[in-house]
Design a binder for this molecule. Structure first.
Ligand SMILES: [Zn+2]
Length: 115
């Protein structure tokens, strides 16, 4: 039987792959919360053309929503005014389309979408 120093219970697991990243782990959490709120990567419009998007704020290299592989760049990021602006704009949309994209509302309980 495989023994692990970290008990695995319930649906959660903890990988040793993440040891040593404690100094920027809070920023990863902040970044992922931004995705949960509906934000894409800060530079998605230029760096992820395969999934077109609408920019709700100006690109900001310090935005928590940037995607960096370099830990020092992740540590340097924080929640910026541009991130707050993007969330406010996203949640204040009251039209059915924006720049050719459908604006939808997703029910968090059922994940049903509606315009
Ligand atoms: Zn991301």
């Amino acid at each position: 039987m495989h023994s692990s120093p970290i008990p695995r219970t319930g649906p959660f697991t903890f990988s040793t792959r993440f040891f040593g990243i404690g100094s920027y782990l809070p920023n990863i959490l902040r970044h992922e919360l931004g995705h949960i709120l509906g934000l894409r990567h800060d530079n998605a419009a230029t760096c992820e053309p395969e999934n077109p998007s609408v920019e709700l704020s100006l690109e900001n290299p310090l935005s928590i929503m940037n995607f960096y592989r370099d830990p020092s760049r992740i540590r340097a990021c924080s929640i910026q005014d541009s991130d707050v602006t993007a969330v406010r704009k996203l949640y204040s949309l009251n039209q059915s389309t924006l720049k050719g994209f459908d604006v939808i509302t997703v029910d968090p309980d059922t994940l049903d979408e509606r315009n």
